[in-house]
Design a protein around this ligand. Structure first.
Ligand code: DC
Length: 234
């Protein structure tokens, strides 16, 4: 069967990454968490006190950032590395969540990341999640999903995820962070979060992760059949 590019976009904390990871593993596809790339860049910018209003400083910093993903056998999941160091836990802290939308709104940052992401998907057979995958990174993706969910449910799920990382965060702080990020992500000039016209909406409020993955898996198989056996050849 022909390999596809699957783009999963949507609001913060809708379960995009968990769904995309499981889907990629079922399909034997590569999974790329583009949010982790923006988070790693934000960590670098904060660590090096990069002035976000200075284009030269931003470009210079981007040239020094190397983000990679390495499979962690113990967790059975990939960890994010920034310049060779495992930053998986650090990039998920509220300190990074509070600043990431500001950094990812910068045109130079977006252009840099989008170019890297396009390279990663050149061979297809990839599930990529983020905000602009179906609109800016891979507008040609064969399957596009747009995820949404009730804000309270999203915040509760994020709180549980943070607890799993031994971070205790107040629910109201999470709601505030998610609301702010959604606003910044949907209103920025470059690569805003918007539903691609050909994306399929999935509301994850009242479905389990397994149900979400199964639904997208069925769509993937249909798409593969449609592409491999075009209707005029049947
Ligand atoms: O998926 P996430 O919540 O880890 O993403 C963190 C932030 O990164 C998100 O608030 C906006 C930004 N982001 C982006 O601008 N474009 C992407 N493709 C992915 C994430």
């Amino acid at each position: 069967m022909q390999k596809l590019i699957i783009a999963i976009d949507g609001y913060s904390a809708c379960g995009k990454s968990t769904t995309a990871k499981l889907l990629a593993s079922k399909l034997g596809y590569l999974y790329i968490d583009t949010g982790a790339m923006y988070r790693a860049a934000t960590l670098y910018f904060l660590q090096h006190y990069i002035n976000l209003t200075d284009p030269k400083a931003v470009t210079g910093a981007l040239e020094k950032i190397q983000v990679s993903f390495h499979f962690n056998e113990r967790k059975k999941a990939s960890d994010t590395y920034l310049n060779g160091l495992n930053v998986e836990d650090e990039i998920r802290t509220m300190k990074i969540s509070d600043r990431v939308s500001e950094v990812s709104a910068l045109v130079a940052v977006r252009k840099h990341m989008v170019a890297l992401q396009r390279k990663m998907g050149k061979k297809k057979g990839i599930v990529m999640d983020g905000r602009d995958i179906g609109t800016a990174v891979f507008p040609e993706a064969e399957l596009k999903i747009f995820m949404t969910a009730d804000i309270n449910i999203r915040a509760y799920r994020r709180q549980q995820e943070l607890l799993g990382r031994k971070q205790v965060v107040d629910l109201d702080d999470i709601i505030q962070n998610i609301t702010k990020r959604d606003f910044l992500d949907t209103t920025r000039e470059e690569g805003p979060l918007i539903k691609a016209t050909d994306a399929i909406i999935i509301d994850t409020s009242y479905v389990t992760i397994e149900e979400q993955v199964d639904a997208i898996m069925n769509m993937t198989v249909s798409k593969m059949i449609e592409i491999t056996f075009p209707i005029e050849n049947v």
